[in-house]
Design a protein around this ligand. Structure first.
Ligand code: FPP
Length: 308
């Protein structure tokens, strides 16, 4: 997974607020992975006396803006929480519209993603989605599979607990396949989603060798750095079952802005504020350490994390 150099030339209006925020950002210390809980579409619509689905429609513009800004900054991974497992409880008509918007987004934006070298990826129980949506998503993943720029994960029918349970199942299944007579089948093939988004496991781990790093290889985000920064819009202070394993050390940034009003300016603010945080990973502040010692990131992630 490679990080691109920022490409902001001509992108940010001179003299704009965006420009002054970006000037405060150290472009050599960007978060590798930013994850966003997009929230507030319904309230945005209600405050304008519009049907809730108009909020989702308006939210697409925010998605476009944030995907482009993230890719131009050179983030390695952007993950957007678009539809949780719990969202299936919403009225049928709202779900249908959301899925329609998703298909529309992909049809319209796929070529832009390709032009910008963005790899599109779905995380979640994709097999629960309507077949026509699955087809569109799989086509998007196929078409961008070999691109080397930012990975754009979209979480659909996603639940953090379900992801962990599924990872356990796949790990156990792999172990069982070892003892099955005459079995030489390749490890870890489960759902449509996992076929599409989880790289195959190089070898089946022995029980004593199963550690956090091995386990993470069974998650949808295998091979990706954990989120450094988690953004939530609309002022809610909840995690909502999002990337439960992966956000162990993420910095959380919450804004009152409702998702349809979220734009690159706020993304830049979040990154600027993130860079001011003292990330300790359970250690002590850098200033309090003996000379020559650095704050230790958790062992299994040492290579992926830079202490900020
Ligand atoms: C939360 O707002 C938002 C969602 C559940 C869906 C997010 C979907 C989009 C932004 C559009 C489609 C996405 C893509 C990637 C094309 P809410 O409805 O929970 O708002 P509320 O809390 O104000 O009711």
């Amino acid at each position: 997974m490679s990080r691109k150099t920022p490409d902001l030339e001509g992108y940010i209006a001179p003299g704009s607020e965006e420009e002054s925020i970006v000037r405060e950002i150290d472009l050599t210390r960007l978060p590798a992975h930013v994850a966003i809980i997009m929230d507030g579409n319904g309230r945005w619509a209600q405050s304008r006396r519009l049907p809730r689905v108009q909020g989702h429609r308006a939210g697409i513009e925010a998605v476009r803006d944030v995907v482009e800004a993230s890719a131009r900054l050179g983030l390695e991974v952007l993950t957007l929480y678009a539809f949780s497992k719990e969202n299936w409880k919403r009225p049928r008509a709202e779900i249908t519209t959301l899925m329609m918007l998703l298909k529309e987004y992909l049809r319209r934006e796929l070529q832009t993603l390709v032009r910008n070298d963005i790899r599109f990826n779905v995380i979640g129980q994709m097999e629960e989605l309507d077949r026509s949506v699955q087809r569109e998503l799989l086509a998007g993943m196929r078409e961008t599979r070999d691109l080397k720029g930012m990975v754009f994960n979209i979480a659909l029918s996603y639940g953090g607990r379900a992801e962990i349970v599924e990872a356990c199942r796949r790990l156990i299944r792999d172990r069982e396949s070892l003892s099955a007579p005459g079995s030489d089948r390749p490890p870890s093939v489960a759902s449509v989603a996992s076929v599409a988004s989880i790289p195959s496991i190089p070898s089946i781990p022995s029980i004593p060798s199963i550690d956090e790093e091995t386990f993470a290889q069974y998650l949808y985000t295998a091979g990706q750095p954990d989120p450094d920064l988690l953004i939530r819009t609309s002022g809610e202070m909840r995690i909502s079952n999002f990337l439960l394993w992966q956000i162990a050390y993420a910095e959380i940034w919450v804004t009152d802005t409702l998702w349809p009003d979220f734009r690159k300016r706020e993304l830049f603010r979040a990154i600027r504020d993130y860079q001011k945080r003292d990330r300790r990973y359970g250690g002590v502040p850098q200033a309090a350490q003996a000379p020559g010692r650095s704050a230790a990131a958790p062992k299994e992630n040492k290579e992926k994390r830079r202490v900020v």
